[in-house]
Design a protein around this ligand. Sequence first.
Ligand SMILES: [Zn+2]
Length: 233
Amino acid sequence: MKFYPAVSASSAFPKDGMKDKDEVVDVMKTYAIENNFVLVTARSQIPILHLKCAKGGTYRGRRDGGENVKRSTETRRVGCPYLLRFSFRKKDQKYYLLRSLHEKEEYHNHPLSPKELSALHEGRMAKLTKEDITLTERLFKENAKTMKIQDLLNDERAPGNKLTTHDINNWRYSFDQRSDIRRSTTPDTNQDHRHKIKKEANIEGEIGIQQQRQKQQQQQQRKEEDLIGKEKE
Ligand SMILES: [Zn+2]
């Protein structure tokens, strides 16, 4: 069996820890995308936080909506052992990255390449530019057909990086949901409203880090080429 090492996670995580769990997850997800894989939360219950590769075999999507179900069937899980362990230390109210318990947790069992990344929904979405997002959301407002949006996005994109019609339809669905919520001011939707706004803020946060990602992409690709295919066993 081949194992593929990832660029050390400790290079992305501050040695003196991080206070906010969402921030830990954001920072590590960005690190993962830059290294051509996707991280998902495997376990999150203070003091434990585990993030694993989306191709890990034992991940079960939470039953909190259709999106996760779609995602877990789309993600080709190959039992990847990669795992990051964090621990919340009460004394200083911070999360710290722990050393791996098993050596295999530092390795993926699949290649890490832009091509592999774009086989995942999260990977394709993370590659969108700010312009792509502005264009697409404008087209949603105009009720443009999914195929038309796909064509327009692909004009400026390298082959293989395009969104599937499924990606676009999912995006349109959540975009329409957000627009509906914005128009609605009834008190009984307040809780849902806050949830949607938070979700939206996350999306905008992702747009913010997009610029940084693009700058580093070439550099990362070269690194990946060096790393891919290193045989461990
Ligand atoms: Zn993996």
